[in-house]
Design a protein around this ligand. Structure first.
Ligand code: SAM
Length: 485
């Protein structure tokens, strides 16, 4: 877990305000940060996530702007928001133990304020007295009747450090190793189980993966082939060329949205793992015609942008399909100026939509809708929002879309099935089921052969699973299939 290490003016060093006394015991009202804008902003982000199902990475930038937070104050608010959301399940266990009641029986505003407070106490260097006082102040603002309760709970939490609390609330490692990891590494148990299974049962490695999931990932850029060079781009933006993808640049800091290279379409933000799987499809050897490429699940357009740039260099044309209209518009923006056509259509309509003829394409990407368990690093709330019940409808769609891709590709052509999830049900099982049920005659192409030479940790093939703790990428899965007839 990344921890805040600063002495921000909104953090520990700030003297306590006295607004409450001046206002006759109420303090600022919820939604109107007046005295502690960083904590109030983090609280509002949590509220939006838990009440409105918002995504923190989408909602937080606007809240920071509204509150006029920059620099260290913005970093503090961001750390509080992301850290609290990631650790939520474990913080809740600690709060339950300290409050001696289930978190479901605590009013949501007080509950979120307590989560923020517990996070400060156990994961940051904010001094205990500042964490307690600022949390009680926040509860005064958002749930005045619970201020006394919050004070008591915070004081009880402050009696122990994180290790002591984990020893108290986590199941014993010997008796329940998965339950233990779930609590100590802040993940739901069903996800720990799924990761462990995908890693062949190795608990120590599962722990390394979970720890990597708790770190905020570095921003990766993709230097678009033919438009930018990764080494030059790295120099220009003060970043580092990526370890594996020839197009990757690791952006040390700063906001990618401000970069001229992004605004002018020379580069886009894209995880290196996503770059690798899209490039693998483009690089795989193919006999015969190689002109018609298809991206069957293209929105918002990251891989389509890279594929279209590669298609431009190779004299090919990309058809990019996306079922959601606003995402199809994002794909259009991502491929502008490149040889690509965007269709707002259901990818399963191959053979019935005249723009998606059966056997009409040489290379096809299915970047299937999935649980996204491979990118938990960048969506702090999603580990607690996702449920095992999400799997059946998603795997049905995945199999149907892969079936459509296998119908769309010509005999001898290639299909890449990709997920941003390592869950075996969404990866190997979805592939084998789609092939079996569709009765397709296919061969697996060893994906390791078309990933950069010398890349470590690619397993036994022919499919490849990338990992945050091994490759510093999202946990992207790729299966490459050649259709025989
Ligand atoms: C994992 S995302 C694709 C990410 C994209 N390839 C990229 O790199 O930016 C899956 C996309 O598939 C779209 N989708 C879902 N069902 C679809 C369908 N039946 N046909 C086409 N697209 C679909 C979703 O709206 C979503 O945008």
């Amino acid at each position: 877990m990344t921890s805040f290490r600063g002495g921000s003016s909104s953090g520990a060093a700030k003297p306590r305000h006295h607004d409450r006394d001046a206002r006759g015991g109420r303090g600022p009202r919820a939604g109107r940060p007046a005295h502690d804008p960083a904590r109030m902003t983090a609280y509002q982000a949590l509220l939006a996530v838990h009440r409105d199902d918002a995504y923190a990475n989408l909602v937080l930038p606007g809240l920071l702007r509204e509150a006029g937070l920059f620099g260290r104050d913005a970093a503090f608010a961001t750390e509080l928001t992301y850290g609290t959301l990631r650790a939520r399940g474990t913080l809740d266990r600690i709060i339950e133990s300290a409050a001696d009641r289930d978190v479901s029986r605590i009013d949501p505003p007080a509950r979120d304020a307590l989560r923020l407070g517990a996070y400060q106490l156990l994961h940051t260097r904010v001094p205990a007295h500042a964490a307690v006082a600022s949390t009680v102040d926040l509860v005064h603002s958002v749930a005045p009747g619970a201020a006394g309760f919050a004070n008591a709970v915070m004081r009880r939490i402050a009696e122990h450090d994180l290790d002591a609390w984990l020893a108290k609330v986590a199941p014993a490692e010997q008796e329940d190793p998965v339950g233990h990891l779930a609590v100590t590494q802040h993940h739901p148990e069903w996800i720990v189980r799924a990761f462990r299974e995908a890693l062949g049962g190795d608990l120590a490695e599962t722990e390394r993966l979970l720890a990597a999931d708790n770190e905020r990932p570095e921003v990766h850029l993709c230097a678009r082939p033919g438009r930018a060079d990764a080494v030059e781009l790295a120099d220009t933006v003060g970043g580092m060329p990526g370890a594996f993808s020839p197009y990757a640049v690791y952006l040390g800091g700063g906001s990618p949205g401000e970069l001229v290279e992004i605004k002018t379409g020379r580069a886009h933000v894209q995880d290196e793992g996503s770059q690798l799987v899209a490039t693998a499809l483009a690089q795989a050897p193919l006999d015969g015609r190689d002109e018609r490429w298809l991206d069957l699940c293209a929105g918002p357009g990251g891989k389509a942008g890279l594929l279209a740039a590669l298609a431009a260099q190779r004299g090919a044309h990309l058809t990019a399909v996306e079922v959601t209209e606003h995402r199809a518009r994002m794909v259009e923006a991502a491929v502008r100026g490149m040889p690509a056509t965007v269709l707002c259509a259901d990818g399963r309509s191959v053979g019935t939509d005249h723009d998606l003829p059966a056997g009409g394409f040489d290379r096809v990407l299915v970047d299937a809708p999935c649980t996204g368990l491979g990118s938990l690093r960048r969506r702090p709330e999603s580990r607690w929002r996702r449920q095992p019940s999400d799997l059946p409808p998603l795997t049905k769609l995945q199999r149907e879309l892969l079936g459509a891709a296998l119908r769309a590709v010509r005999p001898g052509g290639l299909v890449a099935y990709v997920t941003c999830s390592p869950h075996l049900v969404e990866t190997k099982v979805s592939v084998s089921e789609a092939v079996r049920r569709g009765g397709f005659d296919v061969d697996f192409v060893d994906a390791r052969e078309v990933l950069p030479a010398g890349m470590p940790g690619l397993g036994d093939g022919p499919t490849v699973q990338l990992w945050p703790h091994k490759h510093g990428t999202d946990a992207m899965f790729i299966a490459l299939l050649r259709r025989n007839a």
